[in-house]
Design a binder for this molecule. Structure first.
Ligand SMILES: Nc1ncnc2c1ncn2[C@@H]1O[C@H](COP(=O)(O)OP(=O)(O)OP(=O)(O)O)[C@@H](O)[C@H]1O
Ligand SMILES: [Mg+2]
Length: 227
């Protein structure tokens, strides 16, 4: 029956999610009544032109930002209604973030950057952090500082860092925006690998040459999802 398909549990279910900004007299509708369902363990792209609302949507999925209205159901709970503290807990447990400019701490080595959110459990996670750096091909670079790494290598450190709490979801905002083609494809291959290992991957891009890596492309234009 169709009903059983419709009722299949989703990882995310967004219902009429809007985000409005008001600066003085100016109003910006960054997201306009977005409805979206995201499957467990998918590889999804948020694709659209500059200013279309991609980052806004990604931040809402990650609990970094709250919509003005609408529901953001994650595994049955509306994270839009969470307090700041609940959102922090939600992020720590479920989400890894990867950004365009890597956001590594310049004075920390690759290994220390991966461990930065787990400082209080160092002994436990040291082994895991080394294993993650191995998995992103940087087992030989663990003592390097960010400025001693190439852009592609920095982004791979950032991916290892995003995975250190073993989150269900990896969210990436233009992760290849600052990389050349070779490093871009290396990053995409890593996302593919971690997706095959069971992570849900959600990537913001306006590079249409990457879309084949995903199994879903969500087209965003002017704050709306377009088919
Ligand atoms: N904090 C804010 N205050 C006011 N307006 C904002 C704010 N953040 C985003 N906007 C506006 O919301 C719209 C969507 O922005 P968003 O950053 O989500 O776009 P984007 O698709 O990620 O663009 P890009 O590809 O350039 O990164 C834009 O018109 C932007 O100017
Ligand atoms: Mg953006």
């Amino acid at each position: 029956m169709e009903g059983t398909i419709v009722n299949k549990k989703k990882l995310y279910r967004l219902v009429t999610v809007s985000k409005r900004y008001e600066i003085g007299e100016d109003k910006v509708i960054a997201l306009n009544k977005v409805n979206l369902e995201i499957e467990h363990k998918g590889f999804l792209f948020l694709f659209g032109p500059s200013g279309s609302g991609k980052s806004t949507l990604l931040h809402i999925l990650g609990g970094l930002d709250t919509p003005t209205s609408g529901e953001v159901i994650f595994e049955g709970k509306d994270i839009a209604k969470f307090s700041q503290k609940q959102k922090a807990g939600f992020r720590k447990k479920n989400i890894g973030f990867v950004f365009q400019f890597f956001n590594l701490i310049p004075s920390l080595t690759a290994l220390e950057n991966v461990l930065v959110s787990r400082m209080f459990e160092k002994e436990v996670s040291d082994v895991y952090a080394r294993q993650l750096l191995d998995e992103v091909g940087l087992g030989g670079r663990i003592k390097h500082l960010p400025h001693q790494l190439s852009g592609g290598e920095r982004q791979r450190v950032a991916i290892a860092r995003a995975l250190v709490n073993n989150p269900e979801v990896l969210l990436a905002d233009e992760p290849t925006g600052n990389l050349d083609r070779k490093a871009t494809y290396e990053v995409m291959e890593l996302f593919k690998k971690f997706n095959q290992k069971g992570k849900t991957i959600i990537v913001v891009t306006h590079d249409n040459s990457l879309l084949d890596y995903g199994n879903v492309v969500v087209n965003i234009s002017d704050g709306r999802i377009v088919k």
